[in-house]
Design a protein around this ligand. Structure first.
Ligand code: SF4
Length: 309
């Protein structure tokens, strides 16, 4: 890809298959300055929309890549920052869709979707993957450090209006940082926001690699399960978020499993990961609790969930 300045990949993506990245803003232009950002501190902290990267250049490169036989499962519009800051994003995605049948995904922080112009540009995508990491204003300021003018209410309302008007699916990512947005109260507030937004999927993630700036830390497996339980059956934990090497021989009794299955349904995998036990062992406890009448099972979307009886 050395001859391309604005395209990268295709890279294998857990969620998108083979994804060709299309870079719409230069390093690092963003309306947020997230404490977990893998790109380091935001150097151009702005909500000003302009043609940071020339769209004609991007489209020329894409046409060249397609002519050379390029193939991918998705064209993913993203960048070294926030792609919706590029004022020509909507035009770029619409023109990309004329060039190829490869579906277009927009990877965005979603913080500017309350602005009509940003939202209508974003609607040119086939799939949208925004994020929301906070359920309270205080946590939004702490974790995402937005430019002035981005409030939690605007953020949530923008996401809600996007889902309502969008022909494609919206997959909402929630990035968890230990000690910042992983309390029950914060997760419940995020859950209330999600209920307003109504995304097709909620994907729970955590800080897998240390961020270049700051000391954002990952949450452990039990917290991922707790988040999954609170955020509801539409929520899944991204597979790479699980901590590796959790002890699988630890002693856990049925009471712990029962406590885990608190208010919301969980899967066998949730229990196994959350308590660091082998799935066979988790399955044994779950079967015991079902037999005792403490839990019952439910099929949802082809998956088996355990719920409090
Ligand atoms: S929105 Fe994305 S690019 Fe911007 S600071 Fe947060 S993680 Fe980094």
């Amino acid at each position: 890809m050395a001859e391309y300045r604005h395209l990268y990949g295709p890279v294998p993506s857990r969620r998108l298959g083979r994804s060709l990245g299309v870079d719409m803003v230069p390093m690092k232009t963003c309306c947020l300055d997230c404490i977990y950002c893998q790109l380091g501190p935001t150097t151009v902290h702005t909500d000003e929309r302009r043609e940071y990267v020339r769209v004609d250049e991007v489209l020329d490169e894409l046409a060249r890549w397609l002519e050379a036989g390029g193939s991918a499962d998705y064209l993913t519009f993203a960048g070294c920052g926030e792609p919706t800051l590029n004022s020509e994003l909507g035009d770029a995605m619409a023109r990309a869709r004329e060039l190829t049948d490869i579906p277009v995904c927009l990877l965005t922080n979603g913080a500017l979707l309350w602005r009509e112009g940003v939202r209508s540009a974003a609607m040119q995508a086939d799939l949208m993957m925004p994020s929301l990491d906070a359920g309270t204003e205080e946590t939004l300021q702490r974790i995402n450090r937005p430019v002035e003018g981005i409030t939690l209410e605007r953020y949530i309302e923008g996401l809600r209006a996007t889902v309502e008007g969008f022909r494609g699916e919206v997959w909402l990512e929630v990035m968890l940082v230990a000690g910042v947005n992983d309390s029950d109260a914060e997760l419940e507030a995020i859950d209330r926001a999600i209920e307003r937004i109504h995304p097709a999927q909620v994907q729970i993630n955590t800080v897998v690699r240390p961020a270049p700036a700051g000391d954002a830390r990952r949450v452990d497996n039990a917290t991922l399960v707790r988040a999954r339980v609170i955020l509801g059956p539409n929520a899944t934990v991204i597979s790479s978020a699980w901590e590796r090497g959790a002890p699988d021989s630890a002693e856990h009794d049925a009471a712990e499993v029962l406590a885990l299955v608190g208010r919301r349904p969980v899967t066998l995998q949730d229990v196994a990961h959350g308590l660091g036990m082998h799935p066979n062992e988790a399955s044994k406890y779950l079967a015991h609790l079902v037999g005792e009448g403490d839990l019952r099972t439910e099929q949802r979307d082809g998956q088996l969930f355990y719920v409090r009886a």
